[in-house]
Structures are given as C-alpha cells and as structure tokens.
Design a protein around this ligand. Sequence first.
Ligand code: NAI
Length: 272
Amino acid sequence: MKTYAVSGAASGIGAATAGLLREQGHRVIGIDRTPAEGVEVTADLSTPGGRAEAVTGVRALTDRLHGLVPAAGIAGHTGVDSELVVSVNFFGAQALVAGLRPELAAGAAEGGAGVVFLASNSITGMPGWNAPVAQACLRDDEALARAEAGKVDSVMVYPSTKAALAWWARREGVKPEWAGAGIRLNSVAPGATETPMVEEMRADPVFGPAVDSYPTAIGRTCRPEEVAAAICFLLSEPAASIVGAVLFVDGGTDAMLHPIAPEGWEVGPIEA
Ligand code: NAI
C-alpha cells in the first residue's frame, strides 16, 4: 500500500483519480477547498496562506508520499477572474508539489515517487493564448503573472497556466532534486472531459458552444475515469522511465489538429 495526495479530490478528475488509487488498495489524502468524502485536508489553494495550510495538513497525516496529483483547477470563461485562474491553476499546483518535495523524497526512497500535473489540450488546441502569463509563471513571479493575466480574458489565461505547468514539470523534473531523487514529474493534457467543470463551460453564453466544437477521433468527449487511468499509470512503477512527458488524453484532438507533432505552445526561451 502506497500513500498519495490528490488535490481537487472533491470532484471530477481529482475524485476519479482518488477513487481509482483507493480501488488499487492505496491510501489517498484528498485536498480541496470544498469539504467532501475523501477530503482530509480542506484548504484554498488560491492563496500562499491556503497553500501553506494544505502542505501542513498533508504533513500532519503522513511523513511520506509515493505520489501527488495537483488536480485542483478552475476554468477560464465569462465572468471568471483571470488572476484567480493563475493563482489556482499554476501556483496552487506548483506550490503544493514544491512544498511536499521532502515527503515525496521520503516516498521515493521506498521505490520511487511520481507527480502528475493536469495540463490541457487547450495548450495546442486554442490559438492565441497569453504567452506573458506563462512566462511569468515560469519565472515564479505570481504578482507579475497576475498582472499580465488581469489584462486579458480568463479564457486566454487558462491555457497559459496549463502550458506553464507542463513546461515547469519538464524544466524542473530533470534536475537532481526531482528525477535525481527518484521523483518523476509528468503531465496529462486532457481534452474536454465530462466533469462539473465542462458543464460549467457549456453553460457559458459566449464560450459554451466551443466546448463541443473540437474534433475527436473517437467521436465523443473523455470520461474522468479515463483521464484517471492515464494519471495512475504515470504514477505507477511500470512508468519508472517516463520523465517530463505530456500525455494527451483527448480522443485524438491534438493529433487531428497537428498530425506531425503538437504545435502552438512555443513562447520562446524562458530562463530557469
Ligand atoms: P472540477 O471542477 O470537477 O473539479 C475541480 C476541483 O478543484 C473541485 O473539487 C474544486 O473544489 C477544486 N478547487 C477549485 N479551486 C480550488 C482552490 N482554490 N483550492 C482548492 N481546491 C480548489 O474540474 P475537473 O474537470 O475535474 O478538473 C480537474 C483538473 O483537470 C483541473 O486542473 C482542470 O483544469 C483540468 N482539466 C479538465 C478538463 C475537463 O475538460 N474537465 C480538461 C483539461 C484539464
């Protein structure tokens, strides 16, 4: 039995991932701002104080983690604060992973540990998203990222935060303190997945119709348990040689839009 922490565990993909890990016999510490069954740590990941509470809360329950899935996130659509999207999606995930690195290192000493970030296929599927936000995230400058985000609509900020997570996992994940310590960082990039978040998007009068406008090769949207299965594979020991990967779980949308390789998420060099 291994011990995992999953944020966003009260709903959707986070709940499905926590459920699958529990089915596999593991212990899961759920983190969410919303109290729910399986959520042991209630914290708001949008603020530094809330993130610190989440780290302290997990630490009070375990001294080791064999994996962490920072799935908590919010969609960008009409009426959503762009700055909040940055703080929850990028900094809420990255700070949790960085804060719990000692516990992940302790878990890794027992045969390896994994982190799987929730990116999104919007990083290659949605043209024109905001690059300065992603660049500021990767410079670990939350104030600047929020300031840049405040200049544009949240729908253009959501993919920025997701690209930044995938890049952060690649840039940092190969370093001695992560892969070198046995902690593998990877990401999944789901397409539209049937969760409350997608229902919320569909209800948007402006962007709602876009949700179902993307082509898929399988003729349907994804199911949360399918994304959870990909996450659990990346966490597992058979995935021990996978580091820095971005696994598209999107029914083929990215492959249909870009048959040779994912395109459209290059923002130029970003120093560490
Ligand atoms: P969801 O809305 O069903 O669940 C998100 C969870 O995050 C909720 O339980 C919510 O309470 C929690 N959360 C939100 N803000 C929080 C905060 N400040 N502090 C703590 N917890 C907070 O969403 P879903 O669809 O399960 O999304 C999970 C992740 O997957 C998100 O990061 C999302 O961006 C990503 N994703 C979802 C896709 C989809 O189509 N559903 C597609 C691509 C990525």
